[in-house]
Design a protein around this ligand. Structure first.
Ligand code: PAF
Length: 282
């Protein structure tokens, strides 16, 4: 399996395999790969001539230094999982220097307000970091299609906005959330949960499903209050936020409008581990 640690060699290789109509599918990751990542790779493999996967724990998107320090780094295991899936996948696992060339700072982006809601409120600077790394990776890989999981729905909308504002020639594809058997959305952070926390974390998706049901007959404030009450009476999981927002603008809903598509967003803490999830309310 071709694996590159520097952009110059990767670009040279990609140029050498390029043919007039060939496509590159790209799956950016921070490693600690799980079935959710592998399903993005499978989709890319099915839809493109070549697939590139990047593995890079991007420092500029962590607002919490402790979270950055504890983020799992499992490159050997990750490359094994990728080659087991398909030995033709091209892996790019750069150093911070290869990406940031000595200056580990984010660019300032204007995402038309998408960055001010939910994750943006609780993780200042996070989306500038995401925008910086994704734009940089797109410049290096020049993908035809790029695949992002819908678990990070706000990130997905922000990447789409960044692509359209910068007139980048890449098609962004949002992919369904991959869940564990109990409904917990797959995440690299799940590895840090104890067996019992992992089992009990099914409360997150179960609550989203019930909120969706309630949203058919109740207004946004009522549903929000119900979710807050659920977590107030739970001693293990701390609710950071639950929001119902317009999928397009991510502006929180106070009164339902018929022409909008709504989505629920949640972030909870268990034992200092932050888990997020989302569901369409359509
Ligand atoms: O979703 C992620 O894993 C990261 O935010 C991404 C898109 C790889 C950028 O570092």
């Amino acid at each position: 399996m071709p694996i590159f640690y520097g952009k110059a060699a990767l670009i040279e290789f990609l140029n050498s395999i390029k043919t007039p109509n060939s496509t590159i599918g790209f799956v950016p990751t921070m490693g600690a790969l799980h079935q959710g990542h592998l399903s993005l790779m499978q989709q890319s493999l099915a839809e493109n001539n070549n697939t590139v996967v990047s593995i890079f724990v991007n420092p500029t998107q962590f607002n919490n230094p402790e979270d950055l320090k504890k983020y799992p780094r499992t490159l050997e295991l990750d490359t094994q999982k990728i080659s087991d899936l398909n030995a033709n996948i091209i892996v790019y696992a750069p150093t911070a220097d290869d990406i940031y060339e000595g200056k580990i700072v984010s660019q300032d982006f204007d995402f038309d307000g998408l960055e001010n809601q939910m994750e943006g409120k609780f993780r200042p600077g996070h989306f500038n970091g995401v925008g910086t790394i994704v734009k940089r990776l797109f410049e290096i890989v020049s993908p035809t299609h790029a695949y992002f999981g819908e678990k990070d729905f706000q990130q997905l909308q922000i990447v789409k906005k960044m692509v359209s504002k910068n007139h980048l020639d890449v098609n962004i594809i949002g992919c369904n959330i991959y869940r564990e058997a109990n409904g917990l959305a797959m995440s690299s952070r799940n590895e840090r949960l104890s067996t019992s926390e992992r089992e009990q974390a099914s409360i997150i998706y179960q609550t989203l499903l019930e909120a969706k049901e309630k949203f058919k007959t109740q207004n946004c404030i009522e549903v929000k209050k119900w979710v807050t009450d659920v977590f107030d009476s739970n001693s293990i999981f701390d609710l950071e936020y639950f929001e119902i927002a317009d999928e397009e603008t991510l502006i929180p809903c106070d009164e339902k409008s018929k022409d909008k598509n709504y989505r629920a967003f949640i972030a909870v803490f268990v034992n200092n581990i932050r888990l997020i999830d989302t569901i369409s309310l359509k």
